[in-house]
Write a protein that binds this ligand. Structure first.
Ligand code: UDP
Length: 231
């Protein structure tokens, strides 16, 4: 399915995960975007960001907004939230001894997450906070030859960083994961299950961080554009 000219993966999550595992196992360099309504709206409005998303190998429907937009086009698709995909990759990574690099979030968050994941048996080959100028620790990351690079710097930074730097690597799975490090490290809570199931995780995030209230207008704008999208 295309939305704002960008191909969104319609497959069930098990198939998407299988594909990603296969790509990592066969050392295929891969860029995965977990797209929610705000990411898609940014892509609609900003050409540089749109080009970054168009260069991705897989654009996975992360949120309820995308699922509803698909309905407008007569398609019934499921969602695969980025935080769940990241958890699935971590579990696979423990079993398959993949090397993970964690890039993003505050120093105390990413260092705690590295410790937590290490204790679970995950091979963390390095980590770095997400507050840097330019390309940051790119040479260090390239030299580590990671199998998976999780980039948690928010929208649009994370996808722009991946788009700009992915060609420097011979292999690896690159994925922007937004606020996932804050959740997995235990610094922030995810919404309660009933809210996730009701498609209200966005409302929970706004209630936790009132600076996000403007996102309600962004969401309305997204639905307006999605309703009339003919791509
Ligand atoms: N972040 C970062 N560098 C920045 C801005 C944000 O590493 O320059 C981190 C921030 O600490 C958080 C993550 O990016 O862990 C996601 O931020 P936010 O929740 O604001 O982004 P969203 O997921 O809403 O895009």
């Amino acid at each position: 399915m295309k939305l704002f000219g960008i191909e969104i993966d319609e497959r069930p999550r098990e198939e998407i995960l299988k594909d990603i595992i296969q790509r990592i196992s066969s050392s295929q360099r891969t860029f995965v975007v977990t797209a929610n309504a705000l990411i898609m709206l940014k892509a609609k409005e900003d050409k540089e960001y749109r080009n970054a998303l168009k260069s991705a190998n897989l654009v996975v429907p992360d949120g309820t907004g995308i699922v509803i937009a698909a309905r407008f086009k007569g398609k019934k698709i499921g969602k695969y939230p980025g935080v769940e995909l990241a958890k699935d990759l971590i579990n696979e990574g423990v079993n398959r001894d993949w090397k993970f690099y964690l890039l993003g979030a505050r120093e105390e968050v990413v260092s705690r997450l590295a410790k937590v994941l290490n204790a679970k048996g995950l091979n963390i080959c390095g980590y770095h906070h997400g507050y840097f100028e330019g390309n940051g620790p790119i040479e260090e990351i390239v030299s580590k030859k990671p199998d998976v690079v999780l980039v948690a710097m928010g929208i649009p930074k994370q996808e722009l960083w991946i788009h700009k730097n992915i060609d420097k690597f011979d292999k690896g799975l690159f994925m922007g994961v937004g606020g996932t490090f804050d959740v997995l490290s235990g610094f922030k809570k995810r919404a309660p299950n009933w809210m996730i199931e009701a498609g209200l995780e966005w409302l929970y995030r706004i209630s936790q961080d009132p600076r996000r209230w403007k996102n309600i207008f962004r969401l309305m704008k997204f639905f307006f554009y999605a309703m009339f999208d003919r791509s």
